[in-house]
Design a protein around this ligand. Structure first.
Ligand code: ADP
Ligand code: MG
Length: 407
């Protein structure tokens, strides 16, 4: 699960990780009202208006409805016109941003609607660095990565100049040791107060990652101010869903409007569903069989439209829901139902498929391969339904048939 920047900063601040001051706003009035207290608290007339979406690249992003407005805006009007001028500028920008569609390199062409803004104190940036904590699955530990190339996509740095990425693995019992943080901070060229603050920042961040069960915390940029402070100017956090039950506060930060509608609906029915770009819809039970099904579809020259595991305990209702989610995708040219009934009975699947077709119709070819418990009953249900279904004798046969029919 991902959360917004302002939520990530709230979680970091509560754990001693330095962030600028700011306030979230869902309306224009809330945005305007946030300015004065912020300027008074910080003594800084510069404020920054930031779009809150689950995607980066906002600074260089532009709104579809207002191509002149960026996703992140540094407002300096207060320098000459006082707080009132800043408030007016915030009103103008917030009106344009809220409800509009922001397109960045990470959102794709369609962009994302901005429903929340973050009003943040303007920071006098000295240097922009990169810092993250990600789970290194190969080592089974979190790793802290640091780079002097702040503001740049880390994938780009990794490709162009991998030697510029510094790494320290974090012992889960000890945390990030002082010497490790110091090594990273030296590597980033920090000295004096910035060195001390950087070490403190890194250790607090490593601890936060451990405490919150994050998959990733990415601070890009991490800034060093002209006064030697070290702060998270941006913050992206994602969590291991399997650990969310331990973090009620984090679970409540979920913003379902940011999620793919089909994936969201699937999760409401307890289905594991991931949308892909191909044309063959797959309805499978068990994650292993689902992956094998995608492989075999590719092997015979097709492209899967989704990964879908209906799970072991699926009911007719779940299977109906799964079928509907697949048929809603306009790219789907054919559906392959591939079931090995162990715990999951073949007649349950058959009933679900028949029920779903009754409800939503069937406009594309359907190939069904059933095997396992109650297979004869399942086949009979499909045969007697009068549906236009092609049955397959095994997995490869089914994959070949559906790829052929979908052409
Ligand atoms: P994104 O990564 O989505 O583009 P960032 O939060 O990294 O968004 O902001 C983009 C840029 O905007 C930063 O690199 C920085 O130059 C500027 N910026 C962001 N927040 C502030 C702030 N509080 N004060 C000053 N400049 C900021
Ligand atoms: Mg950023």
């Amino acid at each position: 699960m991902n959360i917004h920047e302002y939520q990530a900063k709230e979680l970091m601040q509560a754990r001693g990780v330095a962030v600028p001051q700011g306030a979230v706003a869902r309306t224009v009035e809330e945005a305007v009202a946030a300015v004065r207290p912020l300027v008074e608290a910080t003594g800084n007339p510069v404020v920054v208006l930031k779009s809150q979406i689950h995607a980066g690249g906002r600074g260089k992003g532009r709104f579809k409805e207002h191509p002149e407005v960026a996703g992140v805006n540094v407002i300096t009007d207060g320098l000459k016109g006082g707080v009132r001028a800043t408030e007016e500028r915030v009103r103008e920008l917030a009106k344009a941003m809220l409800g509009s569609t922001l397109v960045t390199v990470q959102t794709g062409e369609s962009g994302k609607q901005v429903n929340r803004l973050y009003i943040e104190q303007g920071i006098d940036i000295g240097r922009e660095l990169y810092l993250s904590v990600v789970l290194d699955r190969a080592v089974g530990r979190n790793v802290m990565m640091a780079s002097t190339e702040g503001g740049v996509e880390i994938e780009e740095v990794a490709e162009r100049s991998p030697e510029k990425i510094l790494r320290e693995h974090i012992d889960p019992l000890v945390g990030l040791a002082n010497f490790q943080a110091a090594r990273l901070a030296h590597g980033l060229g920090l000295t004096g107060d910035a060195l001390k603050n950087g070490v403190r920042f890194m250790r607090a961040l490593a601890k936060a990652a451990e405490e919150l069960d994050t998959d990733m915390i990415e601070i890009n940029p991490l800034v060093v101010t002209k006064q030697g402070q070290v702060m998270a100017l941006d913050g992206k956090m994602s969590f291991d869903n399997n650990a969310l039950f331990r973090h009620k506060m984090v679970a409540e930060m979920r913003d379902t409007s940011e999620e793919d509608p089909a994936e969201l609906e699937a999760s409401n029915y307890g289905l594991s569903f991931i949308k892909l770009d191909g044309t063959i819809g797959c309805l499978v039970n068990g994650a292993g069989l689902a992956m094998a099904t995608m492989d075999i579809i590719k092997h015979v020259g097709g492209e899967p439209a989704n990964f879908l595991d209906v799970g072991g305990g699926a009911t007719t209702e779940n299977v109906t829901a799964a079928f509907k989610i697949i048929t809603k995708d306009p790219n789907v040219r054919g559906i392959f139902v591939n079931i090995f009934g162990g715990i999951m009975k073949c007649d349950t699947i058959a009933n679900g498929v028949v029920e779903a077709v009754r409800q939503v119709g069937l406009e594309v070819p359907l190939v069904v391969r059933l095997e396992g418990t109650n297979v004869d009953l399942g086949k009979r249900i499909i045969d007697e339904s009068g549906l236009n279904v092609v049955s397959a004798k095994d997995m490869k046969d089914g994959a070949q048939k559906i790829v052929e029919l979908a052409k």
